[in-house]
Design a binder for this molecule. Structure first.
Ligand code: PLP
Length: 526
């Protein structure tokens, strides 16, 4: 997990509890907002029910006394409708969102989500469909899933697709379970001697976690000075034996395309293993290059990154798993099949790893993704990819003078910098990220990947135009000047927010999620 995730929490009410240095709680909308509990007034209500026009029922006859709560719901806030509306509306204005501006979180692909996709996801016939509705009455929804599978298969160049996984990480786990099932079938008893998963040192933290969950042990491959997989080290690890596969992100997490990808796949295949590609970075490839053509056996996609759908903060996601024909028999059930122009759910797949998610996964994401694909068309998808790469290269070009760019090669959809040029004056990556908030931008991903000290990973995506890119460049250049002329200004940032530096580690480790009446109120601690 990387630190950028905590930025999303900065603005949430949860972390609000953790900071004793909160300025002052007042009723003024431009100041800090008291908790809804603190606004409570005994006896205040939001609405009144009409008088009963039937006889009152004796509760004792309906709900057994041991099932009824005896406390008097102490602590539930007593507030009026307007209290609730204003409280939450005020808090909502503290959020930074993709609808507010550029959100350059590297690896996360925070792109603008078209309203049309939202509208499609809200079509009543789709949104209200019950997952247990019979096949005959859900043909439209099944066709939608089927068509999306076909499109993702074409985009990745891999014939097998399951849309069940609800997140990228779950797609990864599904993918490595397919590898394991395949090896077990191919090698029988011998399969247990093949339990090593190779993962580059630049990988997303979910990769080793998925491998471990599927029963593999991880060996780390070094990256070269150019930011690519070290081929000699890869060969050496393969020669040690026991290799079940490789998990590789491409473009990798420093934003560089692994130009040796074909050779990498050949080395792994020759060692008897399979290649898993982390496809969270597909925004750099869609419509231009296909992992299946590169020799990849299995990949997950993040519909909630590459194919629109709002994400962040743990909302619903969709991490489809796409695989080669060899791995296809092991995909989760049920699978949607087409027979005589009708769509059917097929559960009769004995080699399947089984279900990984209830029903069919997060259907709403699939509607948005298909709407995204159809509104772009093949040409449009390619154009989006090209624009995403062009935007990242534009930033790379204009910021390379002011910030250390550890790798020379042209980046793909995201570019990595470090704080090396700023750190001599005491300004570090965290400070630069915080200062960006004062300039009205969401910070980039910071301190990830770990192989670059003080990493700043910037992904503008295709959904920002030149004006926004220029504004971002100007902000970064200004911060670079501040770091020399007035480093303390940057070190103390942000200055424009209601709360300043948060104790992010404590907020994450000891979140206080529940208010109790006996707690010190914020107004008292201020
Ligand atoms: C986001 C991401 C993941 C995990 O996806 P989730 O949907 O957050 O589980 C995996 N790998 C990379 C490279 C990512 O950027």
């Amino acid at each position: 997990m990387y630190l950028s995730i905590y930025y999303k929490k900065w603005f949430s009410t949860y972390t609000y509890f953790n900071f004793m240095s909160i300025k002052k709680v007042t009723q003024h909308p431009s100041q800090n907002e008291a908790l809804i509990f603190e606004r409570s007034q005994t006896g205040r209500v939001g609405y009144k029910l009409p008088k009963l026009d039937v006889e009152e029922t004796n509760l004792d006859e309906i709900i057994p006394s041991e099932l009824r709560r005896t406390d008097d719901l102490e602590g539930v806030p007593e507030v009026s409708e307007v209290d609730v509306i204003r409280h939450f509306t005020r808090i909502s204005t503290w959020n930074y969102s993709i609808d507010l501006g550029m959100y350059p979180l590297g690896s996360c692909t925070m792109k603008y989500n078209s309203r049309l996709n939202e509208k499609a996801a809200r079509i009543a016939g789709l949104a209200n469909l019950h997952p247990l509705a019979p096949e005959a009455e859900s043909q439209g929804a099944l066709e939608l899933i089927y068509r999306l599978q076909e499109d993702l298969s074409e985009i990745t160049g891999l014939p097998g697709v399951s849309l069940q996984p609800a997140a990228g990480a779950q797609g990864e786990m599904t993918g490595v379970l397919l590898i394991r099932a395949f090896l077990d079938q191919r090698d029988g008893e011998e399969s247990k001697n093949r339990r090593v998963m190779l993962i580059p040192d630049s990988a997303h933290g979910t990769n080793p976690a998925s491998a471990a969950l599927a029963g593999f042990t991880v060996k780390t491959i070094r990256s070269t000075a150019e930011g690519l997989t070290d081929m000699e080290h890869l060969q050496q690890l393969c020669d040690e034996g026991g290799v079940a596969g490789l998990m590789l992100t491409n473009p990798n997490t420093v934003g560089i395309f692994e130009t040796n990808i074909k050779e990498i796949c050949e080395i792994i295949h020759a060692a008897g293993g399979l290649v898993y590609m982390d496809g969270a970075n597909m925004n750099a490839l869609v419509g231009v290059a296909r992992p299946g053509d590169m020799g990849v056996d299995v990949i997950h996609l993040n519909l909630h990154k590459t194919f629109s759908t709002p994400h962040g903060g743990g909302g619903p996601g969709c991490g489809p798993c796409c695989c080669s024909a060899d791995l296809q028999p092991f995909l989760p059930v049920p699978r949607i099949v087409k027979e005589d122009e009708k769509y059917k759910l097929d559960y009769d797949l004995p080699e399947s790893i089984g279900r990984v998610k209830a029903f069919f996964g997060n259907f709403g994401m699939m509607i948005r993704a298909l709407a995204y694909i159809y509104t772009h068309g093949a040409e449009g998808l390619r154009e989006a990819t090209e624009a995403a790469v062009l935007n990242a290269r534009y930033l790379a070009h204009y910021l390379a003078e002011d910030f250390d760019k550890p790798f020379d090669s042209d980046p793909m959809h995201e570019v990595i910098f470090s704080h090396k040029k700023q750190s001599p004056t005491g300004v570090h990556t965290l400070d630069i990220a915080k200062r960006l908030i004062d300039y009205g931008f969401h910070p980039m991903t910071i301190y990830f990947p770990l192989i670059v000290e003080g990493a700043m990973l910037i992904e503008p995506t295709e959904s920002v135009g030149r004006q926004d890119l220029d504004a971002f460049i100007e902000a970064m250049k200004d911060i670079a000047i501040e770091a020399i002329e007035n480093p303390q200004l940057v070190i103390d940032a942000p200055h424009s927010t209601r709360i300043g530096r948060l104790d992010e580690a404590t907020a994450a480790r000891k979140p206080v999620l529940r208010w109790r009446k006996d707690m010190e109120t914020l107004s008292k601690t201020a």
